[in-house]
Design a protein around this ligand. Structure first.
Ligand SMILES: *[C@@H]1O[C@H](CO)[C@@H](O)[C@H](O)[C@H]1NC(C)=O
Ligand SMILES: *[C@@H]1O[C@H](CO)[C@@H](O)[C@H](O)[C@H]1NC(C)=O
Ligand SMILES: *[C@@H]1O[C@H](CO)[C@@H](O)[C@H](O)[C@H]1NC(C)=O
Ligand SMILES: *[C@@H]1O[C@H](CO)[C@@H](O)[C@H](O)[C@H]1NC(C)=O
Ligand SMILES: *[C@@H]1O[C@H](CO)[C@@H](O)[C@H](O)[C@H]1NC(C)=O
Ligand SMILES: *[C@@H]1O[C@H](CO)[C@@H](O)[C@H](O)[C@H]1NC(C)=O
Ligand SMILES: *[C@@H]1O[C@H](CO)[C@@H](O)[C@H](O)[C@H]1NC(C)=O
Ligand SMILES: [Zn+2]
Length: 722
């Protein structure tokens, strides 16, 4: 589900570079100095590997990944619709030597039945939107009879006919701007552009402003310069196909993930259900292509306020229209959307390798369901890769190896609707996971281009980079490619924080550290048709990764990373990085990087920053001592102390999980990170404190600040050797 956009990375890089003035030097001295742990190119090349690393790396076969990708991308596998694909996956993992079986849940989903959308001009003539993609002769899955039409998962049923307003990206602040311009929104249909907030949040905002329906279009202006260079569109060239459209869920994922009707507990048959309606939209929505968006936008030209004076990020795009707000009197959209509700089985595939330490577990996961017959990038590049990951571990086990820690491998179903398969499984096994889980490694879109990208909790960032140095990527290592992209990002070394874009979210909310990795396209690479029929095997093999070399690199990388987490004597987790990031996030609370509409001093008076700073500095001190202790000579000879150190590393993050969760979204319990409530994809660090300050609820900000201080001190206590 998560869409990595190179352009977004660039914007983030620029945004973090423009800093506001610090109040004074003493204030500045309170925060960690950035420690660029990106060093130069990995040496030697090719990397030297240990015997086990070599067995794992050598077990990969790119042709086999291709064969599996072809299997996964030639049949309907929308959530809950393909049990045989789940069984085939379990069978393959079993025959690779990883004991695997299906884990079933019964969840609420809805499926498309019929939809229509027309533009009605004042003179009585009509333009009908297509609501499916063109058949492409050489792309066989676009010709299937059961190709999936345009729809939004969890969209409401409805028939609406109304004037419409262009609402930009549909961010809360876009609506605020429209309201300030006195644009009449009541009862109108919202026309919104993809990009920025998660699509469910666009719908939520439109609904909150009294609108009656939402149409979301893909704008080629967000694709980078391909089309402008005059490149041909898919299938003849790298630019976007004009009929491509983006399906996807409109659940309110920044409020809630998992089956909306079983909040906080697993969806097992016979368990009680709620209506779920508070986290699902009540107004209908549909996605359309840019080809169909042009007449809709053009009909608004000259009405309301032109895009050029809206002063909102991302308001205008790459189409030859003025992106005016409208409405245009007498010009209406008629839309109808009919969905079928279903309470239906879904199937996770769970493979497990028992480690010698029963109370330590590493989990690797990727979802299997896709919105379209293809899904070559999202998610089946990752699914095909997982087959090879089980094979690699199977091959190593045949040499007599057994990991120190349990390894769970998961193929999730129904991720696309609201991270459902993973969330229900985490809810079912929460006590066991809280007791044993060390890290969760997530892959979603493993491959949609050549550039590595990752989000991770800080303790995993060091090992994540070290292992990149062991993986060959063309004529360099994966690390060299990483370094080229992120060398100017010393503070976070290129890693983002985790929001709720994929299956790591439920783990994070149990206080389990996670990493999310994928390779995506830059501004000069072929356009990835996200959640479109053209995310197909044909696109992948013609434009993205013809020999599956990128797939193989990702598979080797995830395998070696999991191997080190599962088998190193002492867990390779970086506490210093964790402490440093606590400092960066504490700095955000001050109002230095977030504007609360007040001066930094007033924020300092509202929450006890002194104690917060003391707590993170104390953690840093403890982390330094911990690292020194485990690196001391002879430490690893003492099995009891090693065991204790690993338990401390496993447990220290759990204390950041609160009982009651965030206000209005109690599912999000981790005081360190939640999805940004106005964005959905992006992360918000220290969300309780920061949202309290944003809402001018000082009680809330103080409560969460106190919680964080106590949690940091509790984590420090856990990490202290007696
Ligand atoms: C399930 O997926 C497989 C592999 O893509 C495909 O062959 C099969 O037709 C699909 N089953 C259904 C019921 O669509
Ligand atoms: C009605 O108006 C639209 C938009 O201006 C125009 O494209 C169309 O040709 C008109 N139809 C008739 C029948 O005049
Ligand atoms: C909704 O609209 C469609 C197409 O305009 C129409 O066929 C259908 O009867 C309408 N349904 C309802 C419930 O009004
Ligand atoms: C853009 O649209 C305007 C009027 O709608 C037209 O005159 C102009 O030729 C168009 N430009 C391009 C590059 O298509
Ligand atoms: C793995 O461990 C579990 C729990 O201890 C046990 O039930 C299971 O039989 C073991 N599996 C294998 C293959 O040894
Ligand atoms: C912050 O807390 C510390 C100790 O808990 C206390 O000494 C100090 O006065 C507090 N500062 C403010 C501004 O409340
Ligand atoms: C402010 O936050 C507190 C604690 O979270 C909560 O009890 C209270 O209702 C909030 N006040 C408002 C006005 O939202
Ligand atoms: Zn996905």
């Amino acid at each position: 589900m998560q869409e990595y956009l190179w352009i977004l990375w660039q914007l983030l890089a620029v945004a973090s570079a423009c800093e506001r003035n610090f109040p004074d030097d003493d204030f500045l001295a309170q925060w960690p100095t950035s420690k660029p742990y990106l060093t130069l190119r990995a040496e030697p090349f090719p990397p030297s590997l240990s015997p086990n690393e070599k067995v794992l790396s050598d077990s990969f076969d790119s042709a086999e990944i291709g064969t599996w990708l072809s299997y996964y991308t030639h049949g309907d596998h929308i959530a809950g619709r393909n049990k045989s694909m789940a069984q085939t996956t379990a069978d393959a993992w079993n025959s690779n030597g990883v004991p695997s079986s299906l884990v079933e849940y019964e969840v609420y989903l809805n499926y498309p039945v019929s939809a229509s959308l027309s533009l009605n001009y004042a003179n009585g003539s009509k333009y009908n939107a297509q609501l499916f993609e063109d058949v492409v002769k050489e792309d066989e899955t676009t010709k299937y009879e059961n190709t999936v039409p345009a729809f939004h998962g969890y969209s409401a049923n409805g028939n609406v006919s109304a004037e419409y307003v262009y609402v930009g990206l549909g961010h809360k602040d876009d609506f605020a701007r429209l309201v300030s311009l006195s644009v009449d929104l009541k009862g109108k249909i919202a026309l919104a552009k993809y990009g920025g907030p998660f699509r469910g949040i666009k719908v939520k905002n439109a609904q909150a402003n009294g609108m009656s329906g939402v149409v979301i279009f893909t704008d080629p202006g967000s694709d980078g310069p391909q089309a402008k260079k005059g490149d041909k569109a898919y299938p003849d060239g790298p630019a976007r196909h004009p009929s491509s459209l983006q399906r996807g869920s409109v659940a309110y994922i920044s409020n809630y993930i998992g089956d909306p009707t079983t909040p906080g507990y697993p969806s097992k048959p016979g368990f009680a259900r709620t209506s779920g309606t508070e986290v699902l939209p009540k107004i209908p929505s549909l996605p359309i292509s840019y080809r169909d968006a042009i007449p809709l936008l053009r009909a608004l030209d000259g009405y309301g306020t032109a895009g050029s004076v809206m002063r909102r990020d991302g308001w205008t795009g790459g189409l030859n229209v003025t992106y005016s707000t409208g409405p245009a009197p007498g010009i209406t959209i008629s839309m109808s959307n009919l969905m079928k509700d279903a309470t239906t089985p879904i199937w996770n595939v769970i493979g497990s390798i028992n480690g010698t330490n029963a109370d330590e577990t590493i989990i690797i996961g990727n979802h299997r369901d896709a919105w379209v017959i293809g899904g070559a990038g999202d998610p089946n590049s990752g699914t095909a890769m997982l087959i090879e990951v089980t094979k690699a571990f199977g091959v190593l086990m045949k040499t007599g190896w057994k990991p120190k820690r349990n390894i769970i491998i998961a193929s999730w179903d129904a991720e696309e609707y609201a991270l459902i398969g993973s969330t229900e499984w985490v809810e079912e096994y929460a006590p066991w996971l809280s007791g044993t889980a060390i890290s969760y490694l997530n892959v979603d879109i493993a491959v949609s281009g050549p550039l590595p990208g990752a989000d991770a909790t800080p303790e995993l960032r060091g090992v994540a980079q070290d292992v990149m140095k062991k993986v060959i990527y063309g004529t360099q290592t994966l690390y060299d490619a990483w370094y080229k992209l992120y060398q100017f990002r010393p503070e976070d070394s290129g890693f983002g924080n985790l929001g709720a874009g994929s299956d790591y979210a439920p783990f994070l909310q149990l206080g389990i550290g996670a990493l999310h990795f994928g390779m995506s396209g830059g501004s000069t690479d072929p356009v990835y048709h996200y959640h479109s029929n053209y995310d197909s095997y044909h696109w992948m093999t013609k434009f993205c990764d013809p020999n599956f070399a990128i797939h193989t690199t990702v598979a080797q990388y995830i395998t070696l990373l999991a191997y080190h987490l599962a088998d190193d004597v002492i867990l390779p987790l970086d506490l210093d990085a964790f402490g440093r990031n606590l400092g960066y996030w504490a700095r955000d609370v001050t109002g230095e990087t977030i504007n609360y509409g007040g001066d930094v001093g007033s924020v300092q008076r509202q929450v006890n920053l002194t104690d917060l700073i003391n707590a993170y500095k104390h953690f840093q001190g403890v982390a330094t001592t911990f690292t020194k202790t485990i690196k001391a000579s002879g430490f690893t000879d003492d099995a009891t102390r090693v065991k204790l150190a690993n338990q401390k590393l496993r447990d220290f993050q759990r204390v950041f999980v609160s009982k009651e969760g965030l206000k209005m979204r109690p599912f999000y319990k981790n005081a360190l990170y939640a999805p940004n409530r106005d964005d959905g994809y992006k992360a918000q660090t220290f969300p309780g404190t920061i949202e309290g300050l944003q809402d001018k609820n000082i009680t809330q900000a103080r409560d969460w600040n106190l919680f964080l201080i106590k949690a940091m001190n509790a984590a420090s206590d856990i990490l202290t050797f007696q």
